[in-house]
Design a binder for this molecule. Sequence first.
Ligand SMILES: N[C@@H](CCC(=O)N[C@@H](CS)C(=O)NCC(=O)O)C(=O)O
Length: 262
Amino acid sequence: MPKIPTLHYALFSPPARACMLTAKLIDLELDLKFVDFSKKEHLSVEFIKLNPQHQIPVLVDDGEVIWDSHAIMCYMVSKWAKDDKLYPKDLVTRARVDQRLHFESGVLFQIIKDMVARIIYGNETEINPKTIENAHTAYDLMEKFLNGHEFFVGNHLTIADISIHTTLLTLNKLIPVVRPRFQQTSMWLSYVSRILPENKEINEAGAEQLYLRILSCLNENRKKVGLAEIQPEEKFPHEIERNLGPLLNRPAEEHISKILKY
Ligand SMILES: N[C@@H](CCC(=O)N[C@@H](CS)C(=O)NCC(=O)O)C(=O)O
């Protein structure tokens, strides 16, 4: 009997959630091992032996240790999926999926990392304007990647969508993907939320945890300098400052609705 692979994870982590959701989609059973960041378990000697980069997720399959969510997702689909839909074998399509995965890793996820460094490990009291600008540039690019398609690579869900979705779900709570400027990305975000298995329990719950952690650190930093706290779900100063105008652009929304089968 082959052993069930182990995934070292925490729900707040977008890359860990991406691996968990991929496993659900391919009916892969995982032995989930929670890594407690509040106890700094990711910095423990045992964990660093597994991953010297002290990061989750980590997959252990039959003694082989694999880390980085993108490598794990590619491995899981290639080894256990019944077909190649989530990570197509066709070289051009695969190259497009890989490009989006690198975009998630090198661009989109870095925006969250930057925010965590400035707010959780630093003492910033607002979301930095440069971070907001970088997020908007990334959202503009995603509009171009989608370009009228249902998903990030054509009209099939791939691991690129899963990877981008888990990160964007958290980012959206901090730097909203507003319509009409980011119409396609916003529609894609809610559509994929509806089709991912256990999205509420895994993805939404984890995104909320990370959002609340960033918000609570932001409020601690604000309290130290006498600024008012921001309540959960309340708009951030950068959202209030911008006059967003009428958020819905009906004709465009109807058009994209057809593409996304709304
Ligand atoms: N590119 C990596 C990023 C992994 C990552 O940064 N994980 C975070 C949690 S979301 C972590 O474990 N951070 C702890 C650390 O860097 O010490 C992936 O996609 O797996």
